[in-house]
Design a protein around this ligand. Structure first.
Ligand code: ADP
Ligand code: MG
Length: 389
């Protein structure tokens, strides 16, 4: 390809002379056309992301225990850097004070790396988007303060983003091999801190129609895992073992919660009492039945989620379902959703794994959509730990 382009370039002055002297043969004319086409294609490939229509957003996420920064060019992710905080593992859960200190240490290098990986200078940015809430106050304050001062320093707009909206709008990041939902659809966010079903009419018209009244589904995994002796987070380990066990070996009752709300704290207690009772009779009960226990826990949790989705689709008449949050990595929920496509006529969407857990790319897509509407924040915008959709 390169070779043919060079050959054409060498013969170009002669062709051009012929063109001026009106001696252009059809062959010369075609060469000239191909030459310009190649030049235009090369230019487009090299500078397409630098055209004046392109909007560059720096996004910052610091709501819980992951510090993340991303650069988006329109709805495409150029970089998405996440610094996980290992410090919490030894405590079996996130320690808020340690999380905010770690964010302070991480934020500058993470933003620096995001810019570097995207090959973008800070002067090229059009706006800075940040997670305003919900989340841990100390953690949110680090991201909010950083975003505010950086935007002020660069004299560009600041865009505040609701973390829960971002989990849902992550589906609108353009990514090869992933389709985007059309409106209306049901968004189900399942993570370590949240469990929600949201009716989504348009980008910024969404309504929570069901949520947990106590623990989140990720907590149900993590707390059950702790009882079994797993480290934090326990979800991936339970998922792995569940695939090797019998899901109907042990029966856990599902909590009875009216409507579309969820409850998981009773489930964790049921697992605890069951294990305590069995271990009293057989001290090796956990070790001897670990895969079956995990499979039974997973079977019950997925049953709860799918039952609620069935009710939600019936009540709303909406059969498009888009899931997000760390628990959407679960193999069982993915399979159950696929089965739902055949059994109930659902259309389901699961985003790329790196956009399911806490990440700045999902903050960036909301930032981009708000940028298009010139929906900017005031300078005195505050972090809000209980921000609602
Ligand atoms: P948050 O930031 O709200 O704590 P994340 O979106 O970071 O939540 O997701 C973390 C949660 O996801 C943890 O509770 C973890 O146990 C759970 N998780 C991750 N992978 C899986 C899996 N394969 N199966 C079940 N739960 C999982
Ligand atoms: Mg997290």
């Amino acid at each position: 390809m390169m070779k043919s382009s060079n050959n054409i370039a060498i013969s170009f002055p002669a062709i051009f002379r012929n063109f001026l002297m009106r001696k252009l043969s059809l062959k010369n004319y075609l060469c000239l056309l191909i030459y310009f086409q190649i030049k235009i294609n090369n230019y487009n490939a090299e500078y397409s992301h630098m055209s004046s229509q392109n909007i560059y957003i720096l996004a910052i996420e610091s709501s819980c225990d992951d510090t993340s920064a991303a650069i988006l060019c329109n709805d495409t992710v150029l970089s998405n850097i996440v610094a996980n905080q290992k410090i919490h593992e030894e405590f079996g859960g996130v320690v808020p004070e340690l999380a905010s200190r770690a964010h302070q240490q991480n934020i500058v290098p993470v933003v620096h790396q995001a810019l570097k990986k995207a090959n973008i200078r800070k002067e090229q940015l059009h706006a800075i988007a940040f997670t305003r809430g919900p989340g841990l106050m100390g953690s949110l304050l680090v991201g909010t303060s950083f975003a505010k001062s950086f935007a002020y320093g660069l004299n560009i707009p600041l865009i505040d983003v609701n973390h829960m909206q971002a989990h849902i709008l992550a589906h609108f990041i353009t990514e090869e091999g992933f389709k985007k939902p059309t409106f209306p659809f049901l968004g189900m966010t399942i993570s370590g801190g949240h469990t929600q079903i949201v009716k989504v009419e348009s980008y910024f018209n969404m309504e929570v129609i069901g949520e947990t009244i106590d623990d989140a589904v990720g907590e149900a995994y993590d707390k059950s895992g702790k009882i079994l002796g797993f480290g934090y987070p326990a979800g991936p380990e339970i998922d792995k073992r569940a695939q090797l066990g019998n899901p109907k070996a042990f029966l856990f009752t599902k909590p009875k919660v009216e409507g579309l709300n969820f409850s998981f704290s009773g489930f964790k207690t049921a697992v605890l009492y069951f294990i305590q009772k069995e271990v009293k009779m057989n001290p090796n009960f956990i070790a001897e039945n670990l895969n079956d226990i995990c499979a039974s826990i997973q079977y019950t949790i997925i049953g709860i989620l799918i039952d609620k989705l069935k009710t939600a689709t019936k009540e709303t008449g909406i059969t498009q379902i888009a899931i997000g949050g760390g628990v959407s990595a679960n193999s069982g929920i993915r399979k159950a959703l696929k089965d739902g496509e055949h059994k109930f006529g659902w259309t389901t969407y699961v985003p790329k794994f790196e956009y399911t857990t806490d990440n700045a790319a999902m903050i960036g897509i909301v930032g981009y959509l708000k940028y298009l509407e010139s929906d900017f924040s005031k300078n005195n915008v505050m972090a809000s730990s209980r921000l609602k959709i």
